[in-house]
Design a protein around this ligand. Structure first.
Ligand code: GLY
Length: 428
C-alpha cells in the first residue's frame, strides 16, 4: 500500500516511524516532513492547500492518506481526498470543527450533554469583558480559532482576563470563549475512530506551560507521561460519558468522525469533564503513546478509513513511556532558529527515540527551525525508569540554550530513576 503522510512535527515523525515498519506499507511519502521523517519516508514539497495535497496524493498513487495536523483538516483536506475517491485517515472539515472552532465545540458539548466547564462564547469584546468581570477568578479565556495550543489563557484576575480578551479581539472576525476554571489533574484520552466505533489509547498527561510547576505561558506541550494512572471506572466514564456521545453526536449531525479524537479532560470531583476536544493525535501525546503500540498502526488507520475498526486490531504494551520536549530559546514567543543540534546515537536496547519537530538541514548540518525542536521519548517497564532514560538522552543532545522542563511526571509524584547508558557518538 502507498501511503501519503501530511505534516512536519514530532507527532508525524512518530506516525511515520510506525507506518514505515508496517508490512502493509510498501511506499511512504510525506509532505512537507522534516529531517527525522526523512529517515522513514520520501519527502515531497507541496503547496499545502487541500487541492494541492489531493493532487499530490493522486500523483503518488496513494492508497491511503494520513493527515497529522489540525490545520489541513480544518481547511478541508480530508473532504478533498474523499471527493476524489481517496481513502483518508482524518476527519472532514465539518467534524474538525470540534477543534477548529471552540465556540462551536462548546455548543456541541452542550447539545449532547457532554460534561464540560460552564461557559459563554462571544463575538463582541464588550460583552465578553462584562461576562468575565461578573464571574469568579481564575477564569479561562480561549480564542475560538486555532492557535497551535497557545490560544488559551488562565487569568488570575480581571485585568489579565481583559488583556487576554483584548488580544483576541485585536484580530478581525474574532470570537472568544470565556469559561470557568476547573481544578484537578488533566489527562488526555486519544481514541481511534471509524465514524461509528472507537478504541481508546492509554491515557496520557501533557505538561503545557513553558516553566516547571505549571507556571508561565501555554505551549503546544512540553512533555508527557503515558499511561497516566487513571482508575478503570473513570476511564469507563470517559468512554461512556465523553467519547461515545461525541462520536454519536457528530454522526447524528451528519459529520461522522474518522481519525483520532483527542479528549483533553479535567478530573474534577464530579468526574471527568472536557477541557477541549482536538481532531487529531496529540503532540507530544502521540510521541509517548505510539511507541507503546504493539499492533500495526497502518492496519488500524486503514480499518478506520474503511469503517471497520475492531478492538482486537489495537494492542498496546503495558510498559510506560515518557516524552521530554526540547524547545528553542524564545519559545513560546519567537524561537531562535539555526541553533546547531548534535544528536547522540542511541543504543537500541535503551528503547529511546529522538523525534524531530522544528528541525532543518542547512548545508548538511542539523539546526533548529521552530519552537518545539525535539521530542525525546523513552519506554521502560516503569515510569520512573522511562523518565530516567528520556532525561539521559536529553542530557546527551547537543543543543545550546534548549528549554527543557525537568519536572515531567511531577503531578503524580513520578521522578526519573535508573542509570541509562548512552552510546556517545554524534550523529545527525
Ligand atoms: N498536547 C496538546 C495538543 O496536542 O493539543
Amino acid at each position: 500500500m502507498n501511503v501519503l503522510l501530511i505534516g512536519s512535527g514530532a507527532r508525524e515523525h512518530a506516525i511515520a516511524e510506525r507506518l514505515a515498519r508496517s508490512p502493509l506499507v510498501t511506499r511512504l511519502v510525506a509532505t512537507p516532513g522534516n529531517p527525522g521523517i526523512a529517515r522513514h519516508a520520501r519527502l515531497v514539497a507541496c503547496e499545502g492547500t487541500p487541492a494541492a495535497l489531493a493532487d499530490l496524493a493522486q500523483r503518488e498513487g496513494a492508497d491511503l492518506v494520513v493527515i497529522g495536523p489540525e490545520a489541513p483538516l480544518a481547511a478541508g483536506a480530508a473532504d478533498e481526498m474523499l471527493a476524489r475517491g481517496l481513502r483518508v485517515f482524518g476527519p472532514s472539515r465539518a467534524a474538525a470543527r470540534i477543534e477548529g472552532d471552540k465556540a462551536w465545540s462548546k455548543a456541541f458539548m452542550r447539545r449532547h450533554g457532554i460534561p464540560t466547564a460552564a461557559y459563554e462564547s462571544f463575538t463582541d469584546l464588550a460583552a465578553a469583558l462584562a461576562y468575565a468581570r461578573a464571574h469568579p477568578v481564575p477564569i479561562v479565556v480561549k480564542d475560538a480559532a486555532l492557535r497551535a495550543g497557545k490560544g488559551v489563557t488562565v487569568c488570575a484576575n480581571a485585568d489579565e482576563a481583559e488583556a487576554a480578551l483584548r488580544a483576541i479581539f485585536d484580530a478581525p472576525d474574532a470570537s472568544a470563549v470565556v469559561e470557568a476554571f476547573m481544578t484537578g489533574q488533566e489527562v488526555t484520552v486519544l481514541a481511534f475512530c471509524d465514524g461509528e466505533r472507537f478504541v481508546t489509547m492509554p491515557p496520557a498527561q501533557d505538561h503545557k506551560t513553558i516553566h516547571e510547576g505549571d507556571v508561565g505561558p501555554m505551549t503546544g506541550g512540553m512533555g508527557v507521561i503515558c499511561p497516566f494512572p487513571l482508575e478503570p471506572d473513570v476511564m469507563e466514564r470517559v468512554r461512556r460519558e465523553i467519547i461515545a456521545p461525541a462520536l454519536r453526536g457528530l454522526a447524528q449531525e451528519g459529520s461522522p468522525f474518522v481519525g483520532v479524537l483527542y479528549a483533553g479532560l479535567m478530573l474534577t470531583p464530579e468526574g471527568p469533564k472536557v477541557v477541549e476536544f482536538n481532531c487529531r493525535f496529540g503532540d507530544p501525546e502521540a510521541e509517548a503513546a505510539l511507541p507503546l503500540l504493539e499492533s500495526d498502526l497502518a492496519g488500524i488507520v486503514l480499518a478506520c478509513a474503511e469503517g471497520r475498526l475492531r478492538g482486537d486490531l489495537v494492542r498496546f504494551s503495558d510498559h510506560a513511556s515518557a516524552v521530554v520536549v526540547m524547545a528553542a530559546p524564545g519559545y513560546p514567543g519567537e524561537p531562535a532558529r539555526g541553533v546547531p543540534l548534535n544528536l547522540p546515537t542511541l543504543d537500541p536496547s535503551l528503547e529511546a527515540r529522538v523525534f524531530h519537530a522544528g528541525t532543518a538541514l542547512v548545508d548538511g548540518r542539523l539546526v533548529s527551525a521552530g519552537g518545539r525542536v525535539l521530542a525525546v521519548q523513552a519506554s521502560a517497564p516503569t515510569l520512573p525508569e522511562a523518565l530516567g532514560r528520556a532525561y539521559a538522552v536529553v542530557d546527551a543532545v547537543g543543543f545550546e540554550g534548549a528549554l527543557v522542563r525537568r519536572d515531567i511526571g511531577f503531578r503524580i509524584g513520578a521522578r526519573p530513576a535508573g542509570e541509562a547508558s548512552l552510546v556517545g557518538a554524534q550523529d545527525v
